[in-house]
Design a protein around this ligand. Sequence first.
Ligand code: C5P
Length: 404
Amino acid sequence: MPSLHGKKILLGVSGSIAAYKSAILLRLLIKEGCDVRVIMTSSAKDFVSPLTFSTLSRHPVATDVHQGDEWINHVEWGLWADAMIIAPATAHTLARCAHGLASDMLTATYLSAKCPVFFAPAMDLDMWDHPSTRENINRLQSFGNFIIDVGTGELASGLSGPGRLAEPEDILLQLAEYFHYRQDMNGLKVLINAGPTYEAIDPVRYIGNHSTGKMGVAIAEEFSRRGAEVFLVLGPESVVPENQHIHIERITSADEMLAACMHRFSHVKVAVLAAAVADYKPASVAAEKIKKSTDTLSLELVRTPDIAEALGKMKKPGQHLIGFALETSEGSKNAREKMTRKNMDMIVLNNPRDAGAGFGHDTNKVSFLFPDNKEEHFELKSKRAVAHDIAEAIHQMIKANAKK
Ligand code: C5P
């Protein structure tokens, strides 16, 4: 991760049970060499004592625009910072910031801040889903603020779903990226495919798989964040990126995905093929819905096109092709064989049997394999952090190629 050494950070803490995680975030920021000042809302103090934050930050904590008879200059605080991060940002604090309600030190400082502001929301899933919260998030983004994605999982209410505060490590990574990686891929054109493909059996049925597209979409977001122009060919029912700059082409079948990818490939420098393309499709698609008139039904299947292999054949010097291999046994051997056969420059290997890896999870555990026999193995990480590692490896590959 790039260094945040010497950065001046304002950490705003609002009243959520996740406030304890801000103490961990603060600790990480201090370890990175940041100078951090903390502002708490009055309800945040009910969850964690200001003493925790003042001890860790080695600065007094501001909780109101005046303390005793001393007025605290929120304008000066706002101008001091290189970045402001509000974590956790409750629905209430999001709403106050979205509507300019400067009712306490935290929101008054937000309104005075000239630096980038990051919101890391935390709330129960129904509050997160509520149209007012959605609207407030959109408003805050439209003002140029950054929203750090919530995590999904068990919530304080006992319910399970989206709304958890992002992990402190991920928040730290996003801040680091903001400062160091913002625009270093300006001008780079990247093709990414993601999600499943559906192969029609008849007008209502299809053969598909459980891919959610999360990994490929995270990679698309990562390249876009770093300034690349991203063309995303996206399978059905896949998650969609939040970043509005990504060009999305929706497709359904492997044939459509092949056509879309081939059309784009000659215009890009990098292609990352993260889609879980169906390997077989019905030999013919029934014109009418197939009736259940017999006890058994046989379908004749034929191979779908191998998109990676087709692009591997089209690849010109200076282009980079990266693929994925999902293997349950003999991972390295099988992945290397695929990388060679499909003329790839790197293959990302994962094993769905590893806890937290593969389809649907927000995390993944991967290895990178390169044609020169080099391998890099990583721990279980968020898909966002994996996307960061993938983009960085490709960036290094492009730089090394440019020197040749
Ligand atoms: O052969 P296998 O499906 O394991 O290879 C995985 C890699 O090849 C992935 O990058 C995947 O997107 C790509 N692939 C493809 N077209 C197919 C099957 C896989 O592009 N028909």
